[in-house]
Design a protein around this ligand. Structure first.
Ligand SMILES: [Zn+2]
Length: 66
């Protein structure tokens, strides 16, 4: 029986659960959210609304308040 090697590399860090207000009028968890940098240099999230499919953008807040 071969030695049990490392099954898999370190798991990717679980993404945050960014939420944003959608044009459909409700606050939703941004589906397919990915970290992006907005045109003004601020960190943000880009994704879409799981309810209506509209594209969503949200400001990504830093861990420490500020
Ligand atoms: Zn929506």
């Amino acid at each position: 029986m071969p030695d049990a090697g490392p099954d898999a590399p370190a798991p990717a860090p679980a993404p945050a659960d960014p939420q944003g207000w959608c044009v459909c009028g409700q606050r939703v968890a941004i589906a397919g959210a990915r970290a992006v940098t907005l045109t003004n240099g601020r960190p943000g999230w880009e994704g879409h609304c799981p309810a209506c499919g509209s594209p969503l953008f949200a400001i990504r807040r830093r861990a420490a308040g500020g």
